[in-house]
Write a protein that binds this ligand. Structure first.
Ligand code: GDP
Length: 189
């Protein structure tokens, strides 16, 4: 089911897990890797194109929710960070939501927009994990360094510990088991 209105999202009380990140972070590719479909989520070079909340029912047990990318909105004079109203509405209202997966490109320095979004989730007591994407683009020796840069930044802010995180690559199918098993484990509990 696809829609842009939180009130119209499925009423089923089955658990759901939402995937979100800046445009181009590799969200569609990750969803396709997790579900082992070529094009369940549409990958595209056009940032910010998808403005819909997509619910995919997995094995009749849980929903994988594909949320629109967040980022910058151009106004006439300045560009301003925005989380579309319905993204915040989604996270605030969906009682079925078990965990959000916030995607960040492992190559980049921690970005303000992502840190602010995690901060907002924390303040609103919404559980989330971090998914580092495109790990194949870094030499293995650099992976920990980049994850630690994120950890340092979060601990410098208000976080007491690094949230649960996963290192993934959709092109090399890295991290699939870990994410799927994590969801499976929570569903079992
Ligand atoms: P979305 O906008 O967040 O849904 O991002 P997409 O999944 O469409 O990916 C954006 C771009 O990054 C595309 O050119 C993908 O081919 C590329 N990409 C996505 N995941 C990976 C990955 O794990 N490794 C590499 N090397 N490229 C990736």
């Amino acid at each position: 089911m696809s829609n842009s209105d939180v009130a119209k999202c499925p009423k089923n009380p089955i658990p759901e897990y939402a995937f979100i990140g800046r445009s181009n972070v590799g969200k569609s590719s990750l969803i396709n890797m997790l579900t082992q479909r070529k094009s369940l989520a549409k990958t595209s070079g056009r940032p910010g194109k998808t403005q819909l909340i997509n619910h995919f029912k997995i094995n009749n047990e849980w929903f994988l929710v594909d949320l629109p990318g967040y980022g910058y909105a151009k106004t006439s004079k300045t560009s301003k960070r925005v989380f579309q109203k319905f993204i915040t509405e989604y996270f605030s209202k969906r009682t079925q939501l078990i965990c959000g997966f916030v995607l960040v490109d492992i190559r980049h320095e921690p970005q303000k927009v992502d840190l602010e979004f995690m901060q907002w989730l924390g303040e609103n007591q919404i559980p989330f994990c971090i998914v580092f994407t495109k790990a194949d683009k870094l030499p293995p020796s650099q992976i920990d360094k980049h994850v630690n840069a994120y950890r340092d930044k979060l601990l410098e802010d208000v976080w007491e510990e690094m949230p649960k995180h996963f290192v993934t690559s959709s092109s090399k199918a890295i991290g699939r088991e870990e994410v799927i098993n994590y969801i499976g484990q929570i569903n079992k509990d």
